[in-house]
Design a protein around this ligand. Structure first.
Ligand code: GLN
Length: 161
């Protein structure tokens, strides 16, 4: 794998993209300033598989409660900072049957949740009554951070896409 930080990085061949966590407002600003917004959005619309975690999920969403969308390619409505402030970050274990037979370790860092999914979007997981993972075609989104756990279940799922 390699990081895409500038438009010229898009010249290297790759099969899929992970949009990581962070701060979606800053990431949106940088996507525009670094001239990555248009080419990345075009590739997604061409069918490139994308996995968005947390802020990456927010970037993918067509609807963000109270805000304009960013990439706006996935038919979901997300609520930012849905669990509260940074201090309300938490981890837990939860069975997400679509992603495996064992409960998965989940890490939520000032995480969003998904309030609504469109007809083409499959719900892959819920925690305490809120949707935390979904898939639409080759777009995968989780409100938690699998890279901070020792489970590769979500990556395996993404690779199948
Ligand atoms: N709170 C961040 C946002 O709204 C997301 C946090 C994260 O990616 N861990 O963009």
């Amino acid at each position: 794998h390699f990081e895409i930080r500038q438009p010229r990085d898009l010249g290297r061949p790759f099969d899929g993209l992970i949009l990581p966590g962070g701060e979606s407002t800053v990431m949106r600003k940088l996507l525009h300033e670094l001239r990555l917004y248009e080419p990345i959005r075009a590739r997604i619309c061409d069918g490139m598989p994308v996995f968005g975690t947390c802020a990456g999920l927010i970037l993918l969403a067509k609807n963000i409660v109270g805000e304009q969308p960013h990439l706006g390619v996935m038919d979901i409505t997300v609520r930012r900072n849905a669990y509260g402030s940074q201090l309300d970050s938490f981890s837990c274990r939860q069975l997400l049957p679509a992603l495996g037979a064992e409960p998965l370790p989940l890490v939520f860092i000032r995480a969003p949740w998904i309030e609504r999914v469109g007809e083409q979007t499959e719900i892959l997981g819920e925690y305490a009554g809120h949707i935390i993972a979904a898939r639409q075609g080759k777009l995968l989104a989780t409100s938690f951070h699998p890279e901070l756990t020792d489970s590769d279940a979500v990556y395996r799922y993404f690779l199948q896409l």
